[in-house]
Write a protein that binds this ligand. Structure first.
Ligand SMILES: [Zn+2]
Length: 471
């Protein structure tokens, strides 16, 4: 409210930003003109985006297989992006197959919205508000700014903690050997001020693009309502920063004030309902899956199974229903059943790399090493750059007694900066095989060559247990 923006200011800033070049060390927020700690260049932002966004999208079950719907969302988003303060960024938009209520952006503008949130919204104006908010995060360079602060304070590890998947879904992914990549760790955690700015400028962009400003209020009311009802399902503009009444009230004040004249515009409800018909047709499947996630989060596994079965019955070729069910079975040490569902998922429209990963893990757990290795190879071709795959390739090759290629994969895994039990396991193998020298000598008992732990046999695809150093 102190930061009310006039249309004139908006146009001035838009023009200024379009003309500006963002060079190394630039410390001015492209939108507000305020000083901003900035250790990341635009090239860094683009690299981060290009390297990490595809893995997050895969963890969210990839793009929803309706080209017309994806094109519609991209069209609404592109019109806003063109009006933003960084119109030259490589924005891209996709509808994700995940069912939780979420939307996010990577720093160069790779933006995803879930079918869960599309189902929750009811007008194009609301969609525009959502996309405007995400685009404003890019325009204000919020992710790069957060990353810069993390680097400056040496908190790189705590850099992003935005929960994207539900907690248990994330746990299932970890326990199933799918790794933390794609579980939201690569997304920036924004500050409250970042959120206020994204709301303010997102609102401005959508109004400039001809949308009804009421859409921002409608979106926020909807999300507040869902959040009150089922907090686990909503993790949008909210995971890192709760959706607050204050944000809603500020949006309402803007609509009643500076945007009052635009309230008569159409909110494009019918157009939105028409365009999202393919998502709406799956309403019951989506709700069943949301209920399954809720039950998983609450530890009610019997209930979760019932909802998953219901989702598969309602949507026999629903990629997410099949793959989420497969992951749950994998964690429960039922690899044969998990494999059957993951293979079925691979036959559905929209199938992507995660299903191949789950197949590989299910086969590994059944000691079908050749087949598992082929899955991991295929995964690397579809979606290169996932260090988790390097570990499991190494592990599979090790079980096949192919020590030389196994050591290469373990090295690749460690070079990615991996930490934790799997990293310790890989490191130990490389020391045992004489590939690397143990730089931090453990007691002699730990240095002796030891046979590889039995694979996954009983613990399945879980990471090899970490042996504590004796003191
Ligand atoms: Zn936000």
């Amino acid at each position: 409210m102190n930061e009310k923006m006039t249309r004139r200011e908006f146009l001035l800033l838009s023009g200024a930003a379009a003309a500006a070049s963002f060079s190394t060390g630039c410390a001015t927020n492209p939108v507000t003109g305020e000083k901003q700690l900035m250790l990341f260049t635009e090239a860094n932002e683009r690299d981060w985006d290009r390297l990490h966004a595809p893995h997050q999208f895969s963890a969210d079950y990839g793009a929803f297989p309706d080209p017309a719907l994806n094109a519609y969302v991209a069209d609404v988003g592109s019109r806003l992006a063109a009006l933003s303060h960084r119109p030259h960024m490589p924005y891209s938009f996709r509808v994700l197959h995940a069912v939780h209520v979420n939307a996010y952006t990577f720093p160069a503008g790779s933006i995803g919205v879930t079918r869960g949130i599309l189902l929750a919204m009811e007008s194009e104006a609301e969609l525009a508000a959502l996309l405007g908010h995400e685009i404003a995060h890019v325009a204000c360079r919020h992710a790069a700014s957060r990353m810069s602060q993390a680097v400056a304070t040496q908190l790189v590890v705590g850099l992003g903690v935005m929960a994207v998947a539900s907690k248990k879904e994330k746990y299932a992914a970890l326990a199933a050997g799918l790794g933390a990549l794609g579980s939201g760790l690569l997304l920036a955690k924004y500050s409250r001020d970042d959120e206020r700015q994204a709301d303010q400028w997102g609102h401005a962009y959508m109004v400039q693009a001809g949308q009804n400003p009421e859409g921002m209020v409608g979106l926020m009311q909807r999300l507040v309502a869902i959040h009150d009802r089922e907090p686990n399902i909503v993790e949008v503009m909210f995971a890192s920063h709760p959706m607050s009444r204050e944000r809603l009230e500020t949006a309402q004040q803007r609509v009643a004030g500076e945007y009052a004249a635009f309230q008569t515009r159409s909110q494009q409800r019918e157009a939105y309902m028409d365009r999202t018909a393919s998502v709406r047709a799956q309403r019951e499947v989506i709700l069943a899956l949301q209920n399954a996630l809720k039950a998983l989060d609450a530890g009610r596994s019997g209930e979760a199974d019932a909802f998953l079965a219901e989702a598969r019955r309602l949507g026999p070729s629903d990629y997410t229903a099949l793959l989420l069910s497969a992951k749950v079975l994998l964690v429960r040490d039922r690899p044969q059943d998990a494999l059957a569902l993951a293979l079925a998922a691979r036959q559905t429209p929209g199938s992507e790399a995660q299903a191949v990963h789950v197949c590989g893990m299910a086969r590994l757990k059944q000691r079908q090493f050749d087949a598992a290795w082929q899955d991991f190879e295929l995964y690397d071709r579809i979606l290169p750059g996932n260090p988790e795959i390097a570990f499991w390739k190494g592990y599979t090759l090790e079980q096949m007694q192919r020590i030389q290629p196994a050591s290469q994969e373990y090295l690749r895994y460690l070079q990615s900066g991996a930490e934790g039990e799997q990293a310790q396991y890989a490191y130990r193998r490389l020391v045992d095989w004489g590939v690397i020298k143990n730089e931090t000598p453990a007691p002699p008992s730990e240095q002796q060559n030891k046979p590889a732990r039995p694979p996954a046999a009983s613990s399945g695809a879980k990471p090899p247990p970490h042996k504590k150093k004796k003191k």
